[in-house]
Design a binder for this molecule. Structure first.
Ligand code: DSN
Length: 460
């Protein structure tokens, strides 16, 4: 692409922003409010990372106007010349980043990717074996509330008393139920997943192993967590949770890309192509694929690797500090970005803790814990993640300070019942002020902080 064309996109975005600002102040005020909120809150939502502004710019490309079903060189619509090149670039960068042999960058989310992969590997009514939702699994791993729980016969494994994935139970259930697919992956599990053992179990019963690395994709890409790419038959991930990418999904395969599918002859790579389009999706989102390409480029840099290292170190510091302050840290700690708390000893529900923390500028989400007596919207646990703290450049010392701020809020919160609470205004104001100071010291990377905005005449 020539420099002039690259400039055309930048000019278009500049003009578009000015036009939006002028013609739709109502919407702009909402969007500006959100930028300010992101700048000034400590986001510790484990399933979130911050996309570099250049990723957001790629996602806003005019490429979005291209409607083109199919794959590069084999589209069902005209006008996809540049889109083909963008999709090829995204695939090339994804395979390089994960040392994979195959990548499909079209899934709109990891949920879509999981539905597509299961559709390709399991017949309707087939059996899948996955981590139970309440033990930290995901809806699309066969939960009764999901399409995957309705269309397949889902069997679920759980955790050991120490909060680890119970691999002996996985082996016993696999032996008994003979699933067509075993899923290794979690939405709320802080410990290393033993993909090698999962694969041995899958091979013993003739199952396909699917690894869902949505939460740990950044750690896998940088070697901070063992990679499943050559151990699982298929790996799925979202691109926004830890890769700093746009909302979207990704399917990867390593050495099993040419392994036959359930029919005994079609290679898995061909099956996955068909599984996404036309089995599970129609037209891809070209601008989102451009944003994925940019995010994969950034994820391959030394700076991203350094951030991944910080993420893990910060999570350990967070777990240690919270445990020292008397909190019940589940699984005895963490190996990843995630820390799970059982709040029952403090007499707080998950939603009360979440709301009290949010009132003070700290974001962490309620989470059901193994054997939780409360319903999902209330829950008894809290899930924390250090992705964004590390992206802001915070280290262990600042993360320990965040843990102490959380402790201050949680111990000053009195539950009236499971969903309402009282929090002393002086505590709230003190914590808010400290959160604001920390956020100002560690602004979102490459975003304009409140001081910059102020200097440019924008008053957040
Ligand atoms: N899967 C949900 C989570 O883990 O929070 C949303 O991405």
């Amino acid at each position: 692409m020539s420099a002039a064309q690259a400039g055309a996109q930048a000019l278009l975005l500049d003009r578009a922003s000015a036009q939006l600002h002028q013609e739709d102040p109502e919407l702009v005020a909402l969007l500006d409010g959100d930028v300010t909120a992101q700048n000034s809150t400590l986001a510790m939502v484990a399933s979130a990372s911050v996309a570099d502004p250049s990723v957001l710019a790629a996602g806003a490309a005019a490429l979005s106007n291209v409607t083109a079903e199919g794959y590069p060189g084999k589209r069902y619509h005209p006008g996809a010349h540049w889109f083909d090149a963008v999709e090829r670039l995204a695939v090339e960068r994804a395979t390089a980043l994960f040392h994979a042999r195959y990548a499909n960058v079209q899934p709109h989310s990891c949920s879509s990717a999981n539905v597509a992969v299961l559709g390709a590997l399991l017949p309707p009514g087939g059996t899948l074996l996955a981590l139970d939702l309440d033990a930290g699994g995901h809806l699309t791993h066969g939960s009764a509330a999901s399409l995957t729980g309705r269309h397949y016969r889902a069997v679920h494994y759980g955790l050991t008393p120490g909060g680890r994935v119970d691999l002996d139970e996985v082996a016993a259930l696999a032996d008994h139920h003979r699933p067509g697919v075993i899923i290794a992956g979690a939405s709320a599990h802080p410990r290393t997943l033993d993909f090698a053992r999962f694969r041995r179990i899958a091979d013993q019963v003739g199952a396909y192993l699917v690894a869902d690395i949505s939460h740990i994709a950044g750690l896998v890409a940088t070697g901070e967590h063992p990679s499943p790419i050559d151990l699982a038959h298929v790996t799925t991930t979202s691109t926004y949770k830890q890769l700093g990418g746009p909302r979207g999904g990704l399917i990867l395969m390593g050495r099993d890309h040419a392994t036959p599918g359930p029919d005994g002859r079609t290679p898995l790579s061909r099956l996955m192509q068909r599984a996404v389009f036309p089995l599970a999706q129609g037209t891809p989102n070209p601008a989102a694929i451009a944003a994925k390409a940019r995010a994969f480029q950034l994820a391959a840099t030394p700076a991203f690797k350094e951030t991944a290292r910080l993420i893990v170190g910060n999570a350990r510091a967070l777990a240690e500090e919270l445990a020292d302050l008397g909190h019940h840290v589940l699984a005895g700690g963490t190996d990843t970005h995630m820390v799970l708390l059982d709040l029952r000893a403090h007499g707080l529900s998950g939603v009360v803790a979440e709301r009290a923390l949010e009132e003070c500028g700290i974001l962490a989400n309620r989470n059901r814990i193994d054997g939780d007596p409360r319903p999902p919207l209330v829950a008894s646990g809290l899930r924390l993640g250090t992705n964004i703290l590390a992206q802001r450049g915070m280290g262990a010392q600042e993360t320990r300070a965040c843990a102490r701020l959380m402790h201050t809020v949680l111990t000053a919160t009195t539950a009236v019942d499971d969903t309402t609470y009282a929090l002393a205004p002086d505590v709230r104001d003190r914590v808010r002020a400290e959160v604001a100071r920390l956020c100002a010291r560690f602004p979102l990377p490459h975003y304009l902080g409140d001081d910059d905005l102020h200097d440019r005449g924008v008053r957040p």
